[in-house]
Write a protein that binds this ligand. Sequence first.
Ligand code: GAR
Length: 197
Amino acid sequence: MNLGFLASHNGSNMQAVIDACRSGRLAASPVVVISNNVDSGALERARNERIPCFHLSGRTHPDPEDLDREIVDVLLEHDVNLVILAGYMKKIGPVTLATFPGHIINIHPGLLPEYGGQGMYGRRVHEAVLAAGAGTTGATVHVVDAIYDNGPILAQKKVRVKKSDTAGSLAKRVLEIEHELYVDTIGRIARGEIKLP
Ligand code: GAR
């Protein structure tokens, strides 16, 4: 399985998956990294790992259709067969969706379908969980479709919310389990235990 990553920021989920590939825990190869953020930690990690990486964004491709096509071209040129969104904060374009139907997955820092949808990402999810007084939160891996955080759920893991939690402390604990959950879920896909739609 050839993995292509799309990441916007730090890229710690991407790194966890790359580490699992390198150690042999995952029977998969990280083959390309794309980021919309030229200064992202994800691009720096890719360079450190000697994985081909590309900055593709509204700055490099002002026309959204051109950008969508370029993303697909780069993924295809690197023989990607599973697209991993790892903290990617942009919507996936229709050409990318049509080229990799059911083969784009995302990790979300909450228990979908709650606390998802447009504008609900990163720290905002944890703030909403705390504002609602929820006792449990967690992470979700799901298949990506044309609607934000909407596609079929593949796996979830729960995290207990403590009375003393802040959005920051919750983000840290959820991120730790995201790393485990993402590697585990990609492993189950690689072994055919999870069939992608
Ligand atoms: C992660 O918590 C991920 O779930 C979240 O952004 C963070 C990225 O961290 N993604 C979303 O909110 C997407 N809806 P990372 O860059 O260290 O992997």
